[in-house]
Design a protein around this ligand. Structure first.
Ligand code: GDP
Ligand code: MG
Length: 166
């Protein structure tokens, strides 16, 4: 089995951290500053049974200028070519306007989308359910998976679920 998975989400939700954990290498640029990763960076996760080609997708945010518009249309083209989208959110930050933009964006494609609730190490478990309910009302996610990209909780579960969609 092999296929493409695109990672989307607001700046600083942990996209690069997740890629780095899964791939075990510093292939994605990590930064606290928004928009450090300007290019699609492909990292390939390979096991005996599967191969997942990850794409770090910048440019899914409200465009403020011409370059932003170009990146937004590039991002849409990218999403139409992948098997699966991983939409990362920050469990601590919760819902924000940036997420609504991404959700509206995802509605333009019919690719399956997972909601990945990241940074669960930073919140009390009781806070997770209301947060997940909120997002569930906005979009019909194929799977909803809480993880900590930094500490590794549930990342293997995520990889198992991904392989079902390749
Ligand atoms: P990106 O902009 O979405 O690529 O986000 P980054 O991967 O650069 O992460 C932004 C910040 O959040 C960094 O300081 C990371 O160390 C931190 N971070 C990422 N994932 C987690 C997590 O699961 N738990 C915690 N506590 N911090 C995280
Ligand atoms: Mg990044």
């Amino acid at each position: 089995k092999s296929g493409f998975a695109a990672i989307v989400g607001r700046p600083n939700v942990g996209k690069s951290t997740l890629l780095n954990r899964v791939l075990g290498q510093k292939i994605a640029i990590m930064s606290d500053k928004a928009q450090t990763t300007r290019n699609k960076i492909h990292g390939i996760y390979t096991t005996d049974a599967e191969q997942v080609i990850f794409i770090d997708t910048p440019g899914i945010h409200k465009p403020k200028h011409k370059l932003g518009q170009m990146m937004t249309s590039l991002a849409l083209a990218t999403l139409n070519e992948v098997d699966l989208v991983l939409f990362l959110i920050d469990a601590e930050q919760g819902y924000g306007r940036g997420d609504q933009f991404i959700i509206d964006f995802l509605k333009k494609t019919d690719v399956p989308v997972f909601l990945i609730v990241n940074k669960i190490d930073k919140v009390h478990p009781d806070e997770l359910l209301p947060l997940i309910d909120r997002y569930r009302q906005l979009y019909s996610f194929k799977e909803i998976i809480p993880i900590s990209a930094l500490q590794g909780q549930n990342v293997s579960t995520l990889m198992d679920q991904i392989s079902h969609y390749l």
